[in-house]
Structure formats: structure tokens, C-alpha cells
Design a protein around this ligand. Sequence first.
Ligand SMILES: Cc1cc2nc3c(=O)[nH]c(=O)nc-3n(C[C@H](O)[C@H](O)[C@H](O)COP(=O)(O)OP(=O)(O)OC[C@H]3O[C@@H](n4cnc5c(N)ncnc54)[C@H](O)[C@@H]3O)c2cc1C
Length: 397
Amino acid sequence: MTDSSLDAAALRRRTRQFLAAHPPAATDRLDFLRARFDAGLAWVHYPEGLGGLGAPRSLQVVVDAELQAAGAPDNDPRRIGIGLGMAAPTILRYGTEEQKRRYLRPLWTGEEVWCQLFSEPGAGSDLAALGTRAVRDGEDWVVNGQKVWTSSAHVARWAILIARTDPDVPKHRGITYFICDMTDPGVEVRPLRQITGEAEFNEVFLTDVRIPDTRRLGEVGDGWRVAQTTLMNERVSIGGMALPREGGMIGKVAQTWRERPELRTHDLHQRLLKLWVEAEVARLTGERLRQQLVAGQPGPEGSGMKLAFARLNQEISGLEVELRGAEGLLYDDWTMRRPELVDFTGRDTGYRYLRAKGNSIEGGTSEVLLNIVAERVLGLPAEPRTDKDVAWKDLAR
Ligand SMILES: Cc1cc2nc3c(=O)[nH]c(=O)nc-3n(C[C@H](O)[C@H](O)[C@H](O)COP(=O)(O)OP(=O)(O)OC[C@H]3O[C@@H](n4cnc5c(N)ncnc54)[C@H](O)[C@@H]3O)c2cc1C
């Protein structure tokens, strides 16, 4: 329920009162963040007691602007993107009251990092084919299997996990959604080195991991539906973040263009202008998508946003490499770092060019997102699916 009595002026007042009681310069960062959550100023559209005030989501900007002007610390959203963008909305929608109270506060303050145990070596685009098994044993589930491409698993305390609980029914129906403790002794995390030289993601082996039934999210066998909430939010959180004008990769190449007139050519100028306009259109479309989110859960339209984000990042970073010529091919650092956060615009040209390659794979490949837009936004005929009614155990693998 949204509290319509909370308008922008009321929220501004509340935020100022909060700042007066917790002056950022004199308050420990974590104490400040915890107090902000408890005051309902973390995500104002969440319910009271869970970091929000039941206010319209669109009013978050009012709170953020006041806090920023006062020099308040933030919760480092890039470091905890999977928790904020994907785990939290799923817990809010499907979690029990106890689960919401246990997980949301440390998730938002960044005390507990989350990762996503969805993809497997044999199940990426066809995620519903996943083979990690969860078998009921008393009050627990015993989980065995392998996950892959798990971003941030090396720093995560918790994971959102989907596993097969019933192999005898068609693939979409026998899946259940869990919260997995990454510190469990049965969880082994191994780095996977990417094209950038970094190991942002990992493979994760699950061997007899015991998950109490109290850490199940949603009903047994209903995990595919629960996962849709995560996936729809993932697309919005990858492609639809709020940015100022020139805030994304386009800002980096525009800066090079302004600072290095000797690199300019007529052809590159035309291409830069075209990409600048497209990036600005995508940014403004993102604003519209966020306004739409104010009214409810993200729908398949988020897939269109993520598609545009991936294509533009790849074209813009490619243009930047061309603009810099031989210098753009230099890549400074092949040390295998294990970064704590995903940085789409950081470091040098070579890094941006290489990192952008993953944008059309992570959170659903561009081909698969095109299918989603075709079927669920444009209403075009669906791809033939011959395995919909076949028990998972009888599928060819
Ligand atoms: C940087 C990065 C971070 C990631 N982080 C995570 C994470 O934290 N957690 C997690 O669970 N996963 C993560 N992933 C995995 C990601 O979700 C998968 O890689 C993605 O869903 C594709 O699956 P796949 O790699 O198995 O490729 P496949 O599904 O095997 O696809 C191979 C190719 O076939 C194409 N294809 C497949 N099906 C169709 C179809 N029906 N129509 C047309 N073309 C098709 C694909 O587009 C692709 O080109 C990450 C990936 C990357 C790159």
C-alpha cells in the first residue's frame, strides 16, 4: 500500500529531521546507514519497518538529493547491485515476514553481499533446464550441483539459488527457489578469469549443502515464477540505472573527443554524433521505464532497455578504441584481480571495450531478449517449444 499523504515536502522535512539527528560528518558510516534504513529513508516505497515508508517510489529522488547535499554516505550500490536490484525485490514479494526482517536490512546497508546462483554449465538461456538438485531431508533440503558465471560469489554472504526439486514434471514446474548461505562448508567458490583479465565471476560447486526449509522463497515447485521477479528486475537493474546526461560510456568518449582534437576525423564525428543521440534517447527511455516502475513490478519492457544498453556500450567503446588508434589497443593491467564491484565505465579504453562484450550475455543474451520483446511486447508468434510438456528427467541433455 502506498501512503499518499507523504508528498515531496513531507519527505524533505523528514529527511532534514533525520539529518539533524544523525549529522553525517559526526556519525559512523554503518550507524548512519542502519539509522537511515530504520527511519524508512532507504527505499521509500518499501513498507514501514523494512527500510521504507510506503511512499511513492518516485519520491526517492527527493530523499537522495537532500542526503547528497548534506554529504551523507551511500550504501555503495555498485558493490551490492545483485542484492539491491534482484534479491531484495524477490524477498519483498515472496518472502515471509521473518525472512524480510532478517535479510533486507543488512542487504541494504551492504553488511551482507548477495550473489545469484542461477546459470549452470548446461543451463543459461534455457535456464529452466537446470540440473542442480535439492532433495528434502526432514526440515532441510540437501543441494548438489554446479553453478557458473556467479558474479561476486567470492565476496557474498548469501545467494539466491534455484534448484530442481521434482525431476518428474516438465522443466518449468519442478524448480524451487532458496536462499543459500555461501559460508556453508559444502559451498566451494572458484574464480573464472574473464576477457578483461579480472575474475568478477566464479564457478560454484554445491556438495551436500543443507538449506533449512525456512530459507525457501515461495512454494515448493513454484521457483520458476519466483525467478521471473528476479530476472525482470535484473534486466532493469543492468540496463536501466539512472544516469545524468553523458553519465555512461558516451561521456568517456565525448571527453576524449573534446580533449584530443588531433584524433578527430569527419567519419568518426558523424558516428559519435549518432551514438550520442542514441545514448541520450536510451537514457531518457530509462527515465520513462523508471516512472513505469513506480506503478508496479517491471515487465518485459525492461528487456528492450537492456538490449539497447548492451548494443550501445559495445558500439561506443568500439568507437573509442578507433578514435584513440594504436593507443586504444594498449591494455595496461593483466593482473587477475577479484573486484568487489562491477564497473562498466571504469579504467581505461581497453578495459571498457573488453568489459562491454559481456553486456550482451549477462542478464540474458541479446538474442534471447529479442525473443522476449518479440513475443511479450510485440505479440509476435512464439518460438516452437517442443519440450514444454516433457518431464525434465526425460529431456535430452
Ligand atoms: C559478465 C557476466 C556475469 C554473469 N553473472 C551471472 C551471475 O551472477 N549469476 C548467474 O546465474 N549467471 C550469470 N551470468 C550468466 C548469464 O546469465 C548467461 O551467460 C546467459 O544467460 C547465457 O547463457 P549461456 O552462457 O549458457 O549461453 P547459451 O545459453 O548456451 O547461449 C549460447 C548462444 O546461443 C544463443 N541462444 C540460446 N538460446 C537461443 C534462442 N532460444 N534463440 C536464439 N539464440 C539463442 C545465445 O544468444 C548465445 O549466443 C553472467 C554472465 C556474464 C557474461
